[in-house]
Design a protein around this ligand. Sequence first.
Ligand SMILES: Cc1cc2nc3c(=O)[nH]c(=O)nc-3n(C[C@H](O)[C@H](O)[C@H](O)COP(=O)(O)OP(=O)(O)OC[C@H]3O[C@@H](n4cnc5c(N)ncnc54)[C@H](O)[C@@H]3O)c2cc1C
Length: 516
Amino acid sequence: MKFSKQLFGERLFARIMKATFYGHFVAGEDEVQITPVLDRLRQFGVKPILDYSVEEDISQEEAERREIQASVSEAGDEKREGVLKKYHVAKTFADRRYKVSSARTYFYLNEASCERNMDIFIRCLESVAVASTGVGFTAIKLTALGRPQLLLQLSEVIMRARQYMSDVVGGEGAVLTHHAKPDDFRKKFEEAHIKDEAPVQKFLQKLQSDKEGVIHLFPWSGILDENYELSETFQVPDIKTGKMVRLMTQLTSKEEEMFRNMIRRLNNIVTVADKLNVRIMIDAEQTYFQPAISRLTLEMMRKYNTHKAVVFNTYQTYLQEAFNEVKTDLEQAERQNFYFGAKLVRGAYIEQERARAAAMGYPDPTNPTYEATTESYHRTLMECLRRVKQYKDKREDPKKIGIMVASHNEDTVRFAIEKMEELGISPEDKVICFGQLFGMCDYITFPLGQSGYSAYKYIPYGPVKEVLPYLSRRAQENRGILKKIKKEKRLLSNEILRRFAKGQIFYNPKGNYTPV
Ligand SMILES: Cc1cc2nc3c(=O)[nH]c(=O)nc-3n(C[C@H](O)[C@H](O)[C@H](O)COP(=O)(O)OP(=O)(O)OC[C@H]3O[C@@H](n4cnc5c(N)ncnc54)[C@H](O)[C@@H]3O)c2cc1C
């Protein structure tokens, strides 16, 4: 692409791109130019998920330099006991674009660039609001809104808290899955002869549990307060000594402020989304960020999804833990009475995840085979559908769970439709929707939209020059994907031939479908 740009010059190159690759995968340069595309999709019953897809064109060296600088605390990368190496930056994988073709990547520059990203997301929300009243989405990435170091440290704390729970009460998994009560803790501290230590007593007094008495370990709901002190919060008594230990390295006051900035940006975006009646889809990224992204998203759901699902999380079913994570979050939503929104994907970072785990020597978090990923996807989706049915049977609002089946896999889409039918969940219940990328698998999205299913296209837009870095990676992906999607090519060739035969070369079909 770079060579073509030099050869043809900027303007001619932009025109060629618009007539070819860019025109196929990107809806237009700005909010005005994309309007005809959105109108056209609407005619065929398809709704938009807008994604402003500009990506900085930086070299691998620059990406690594920025990432390393933004991933380590000013206080240094402490090598304490209990440190989990997965949640620390590694130079070889600091360029997060490594072997990732279909997801955009943000590299932290400074706080001002995060403010700019927030403004762009808000502009995106305003465009969706105009284009699709009450049914559109905007996709956002948390790595665009703050310093990666904070997501890494928060992720590590979440995983260390899980480890702590296992050490104290046994078992595995998220803190809530242990269903531990304060009395279980008291007993364990008694057995360890540390119950009467002053820090342990203080800790036990402050320990929070929900209405069923299940321990939450930390006051997570406060994390969205703009005066939350991260490094002061995450302390627990050592089970051997009874002395308080920090699960998180001390942050500098500047870093605490950066965390509050990230939360403020996120709050601003979701507040605008709520006001404009647009939903926010928070993308899933690498597993070393994901515990923090998922936790923050869950807290946003708790705060904003009180009457409808405004915020949607993303679950990558190529992860071995996907089913358990979704189940725990569904249970929390039910117990704490908020609307649960989730986009289910297989996942875009598999090669990077596996290579990083192997190089750094921690367990590969992904499923061992493609079939295991499909099984995980279908099982997770079934769990959501089963719970929707439960709400319907109890005559409660089935919309308490909203799921997007984001997949280009025909079998998965067919599976979802069959199971919906089996369980008596109709498209009109508006709890299940489907999503594919713009320019891909139209033969799945359009028939879904025209048959009355809620169908979405994930639509990238942005100036040709600035979308180019993302597009050139898509080009690499598509070489592989095009091999697989022979069916789409065959259907397109048949249609071209049909139009030639009927003399309809410039035929422009019009639809009059109303999106569900
Ligand atoms: C609307 C939309 C939103 C998306 N948002 C996100 C997002 O936020 N985060 C994200 O990570 N991805 C996201 N994706 C990308 C999605 O993860 C990819 O489309 C997906 O990887 C391709 O899966 P598929 O179901 O479409 O197709 P398939 O071709 O059936 O599946 C391919 C996928 O299977 C998995 N896989 C392949 N080989 C193996 C193996 N040997 N072992 C285990 N698993 C394997 C991989 O995840 C691979 O990408 C999104 C996709 C869409 C359509």
